[in-house]
Design a protein around this ligand. Structure first.
Ligand code: 7RM
Length: 652
């Protein structure tokens, strides 16, 4: 076994291309120059409380705060003494303006239905549903599981909880009954809001049945509210289950927002930890709202006229912050799409953009790589000229995928914002501001206002330019997680013990000579090859830059000589033959782009890679396969089990 060494993560891949914001974009943007960004960033770091207080004044408060920040590491409280309501900020605030009759949500279902809700209408629905919650004895502080597809009712349920101070926990519609059961148990939830089913690739996902299975054993759940989405035949448990539409018959639309403490819990969102037990990330009201408000405003430079589309599922933190809360807090029009990107055909996204004249698109590298694989002809069939800004989130975006996104989707005209953040951070942390910061393909560029990241070695010392290390954040920020629900000790240990007073992100990164951040992947995935510590993303990017490769995942396996050997799982573009000659060619390709040290010892072709529902490659599972073991780790967040079965079945 290789010993754990003190050296830094090495970085070999050099990307030289730079894209400056166009003059027209910069002129119209809130932040127009790099100098303006730098000045504001420096001020925000010198006096974060002043910066955040100024931003917070744009929100609607029920009672003013007395103190902006109380920081007793690792516990932060923001806007102490203040009273606020998030749903009031997302809805009522806009009813006083011209936005009253503006589209808040434009929704498209997978089968093709379309619905639009104005701010007035959304407010009406949220108030009525909040009264349904109250009628069902759900109140302030109660935990509520939301297990719904990406339909307006998901946003309505979230906002209704926020309105009365109930704490929601959204569970991905793709998760199993086991995942629901674990989350109910951990959160002590009293109610579940679900649907009779959801549409996915033409089929129906039996959401209600999954809930029934999760509730087989004794649980804290007293009420299940069921929205009718598919009219599928389902079981309704007498005394426990009620229909959403029936409940509405008993309520009116009068529901004043409750004035809540700034630190009142807003939601718990579970993410898979490296150990089996999922972590319930807890966010609170005022700080979270402020973080998503300010980032949506500056990062997407969102305008009243914009139609903004974030393609994330509501079950992912990106769905919380940038489908629902961020855009609504800004009074924007947010587009929601329920289904798969390749249903009924691989051009569904481009069709939606053309039909709705979408201006801002925010999606994930996993989707972008799939589009590349499906071929440009699907894109070319549609008019995408309405787009003015593109965003990426979820994983490092390989430079080749970035270039394709910028050229083929953005027509070379739209800035690309590669946004780095986490469930734990609540909002975007490292990102270009589109009118101000020149971009480099593959880099998330520079920190957002008030964010103080650094890259450090094992001793906690900041490393120099182009030296890899661990990414930490040195100051608290308003939308940071407050704890792991019910497990303060784990919170302290996981995020704050390695470098006391600093937040440990778990990601590896380097900064280039201009201070740009390049995320190289999760620290747990870093390889150690003959004493060289290599991040996975660079080797993967080198592979993806080969014309025949669609996607790649690189993992280590024990090697007697080198400590670790490099195994690459590769999916090929459509109609490419998986030959032994191509394997050899790919090894040479990596050698040429990075160096001999990074050449894969083995290349394995795969039809697909195992991913989470939010599209992150699960290297942990591939590592077990590469070692010849059967997969034993937690697989509850895996999107498609058949992928794993095929991979472990046999070498092709
Ligand atoms: C928003 C989200 C967090 C992890 C994070 C990174 C990876 C996310 C980027 C990225 C490189 C990016 N929340 N990650 N965005 N890596 N560049 N722009 O994804 O909690 O689900 O995941 O995702 O490893 O730590 S998350």
């Amino acid at each position: 076994m290789a010993k754990i060494d003190n050296r830094n993560i090495e970085s070999h891949l050099k990307e030289k291309r730079v894209f400056k914001p166009s003059r027209e974009f910069a002129r119209a943007a809130r932040i127009k120059t790099l100098a303006q960004y730098q000045k504001m960033w420096r001020e925000s770091i010198r006096s974060p409380e002043k910066f955040w207080a100024r931003e917070a004044k744009e929100l609607m408060w029920r009672a003013p705060w007395k103190k902006v920040l109380e920081w007793k590491p690792p516990f932060a409280k923001w806007f102490i003494g203040g009273k606020i309501n998030l749903s009031e900020n997302c809805l009522d605030r806009h009813l006083l303006t011209h936005r009253r009759n503006k589209a808040a949500i434009i929704w498209e279902g997978e089968p093709g239905e379309k619905r639009t809700l104005t701010y007035q209408q959304l407010h009406h629905e949220v108030c009525r549903f909040a009264n349904v919650l109250k009628r069902n004895k759900i109140g302030k502080g109660d935990r509520v599981i939301i297990y719904l597809p990406t339909i307006p009712e998901a946003a309505i349920a979230m906002l209704a909880c926020a309105r009365i101070g109930a704490v929601h926990s959204v569970v991905f519609g793709g998760f199993s009954s086991d995942a629901i059961r674990d989350r109910i148990q951990d959160s002590g939830a009293v109610a579940v809001i679900t649907a009779d089913g959801s549409y996915r690739r033409g089929g129906i996902v039996p959401l209600k049945k999954n809930v029934d299975d999760a509730l087989r054993e004794r649980s804290t759940i007293k009420r299940v509210i069921v929205f009718r989405r598919t009219a599928a035949d389902i079981h309704m448990e007498e005394g426990r289950d009620v229909w959403w539409h029936r409940e509405l018959e008993y309520v009116n639309a009068n529901c004043p927002p409750v004035a809540l403490d700034s630190e009142h819990p807003l939601y718990i969102l579970y993410t898979s930890g490296s150990t089996g037990k999922p972590k319930g990330i807890l966010h609170t009201t005022a700080g979270y709202l402020l973080g998503i408000y300010a980032t949506t405003k500056y990062v997407f430079d969102i305008r009243d006229e914009d139609i903004y589309w974030c393609t994330a599922d509501v079950g992912w933190v990106t769905g919380h912050s940038y489908v629902v809360y961020g855009p609504l807090a800004c009074g924007a029009t947010t587009l929601m799409y329920e289904g798969a990107p390749n249903w009924p055909e691989p051009d569904r996204f481009w069709r939606i953009i053309e039909d709705h004249r979408v201006n801002i698109l925010y999606t994930a590298p996993t989707a972008i790589r799939a589009f590349i694989r499906w071929g440009d002809e699907w894109v070319k069939k549609h008019d995408l000229s309405s787009l003015r800004l593109l965003g990426s989130v979820g994983e490092p975006i390989n430079p080749e995928a970035w270039m394709w996104y910028q050229r083929t989707i953005g027509g070379g005209r739209c800035p690309v914002v590669d946004t780095w953040w986490q469930t734990e951070t609540g909002c975007i942390m490292i990102t270009p501001l589109p009118g101000a910061v020149p971009t480099k393909p593959g880099s998330a560029t520079l920190p957002f206002f008030g964010v103080d990241p650094a890259i450090v070695d094992l001793s906690g010392k900041e490393v120099g330019p182009n030296v890899g290390g661990k990414l930490i954040i040195r100051k608290p920020w308003p939308s940071m997680l407050r704890t792991i629900y019910g497990d303060k000790e784990r919170y302290k240990k996981q995020y704050w013990s390695e470098y006391p007073g600093n937040y440990l992100t778990g990601d590896g990164a380097r900064r280039d000579e201009e201070g740009y951040f390049w995320i190289v992947g999760r620290i747990d995935d870093v390889l150690n090859v003959a004493g060289h510590r290599l991040g996975t993303s660079e080797i993967e990017s080198a592979l993806v830059s080969h014309a025949r490769v669609a996607e790649a995942a690189v993992v280590g396996r024990p090697d007697e000589l080198k400590g670790q050997g490099v195994v690459a799982f590769v999916t090929l573009k459509a109609n490419v033959d998986p030959t032994a000659a191509l394997k050899a060619e790919l090894r040479e390709h990596v050698g040429k782009h990075i160096g001999a040290i990074a050449k894969p010892d083995e290349v394995r072709f795969a039809e697909a890679l195992p991913k989470t529902r939010s599209g992150k490659i699960m290297r942990r599972l591939l590592k077990e396969l590469a070692t010849g073991k059967t997969v034993t780790g937690d697989t509850t967040t895996l999107e498609d089990f058949s992928v794993l079965a095929k991979l472990s079945g046999a070498e092709e």
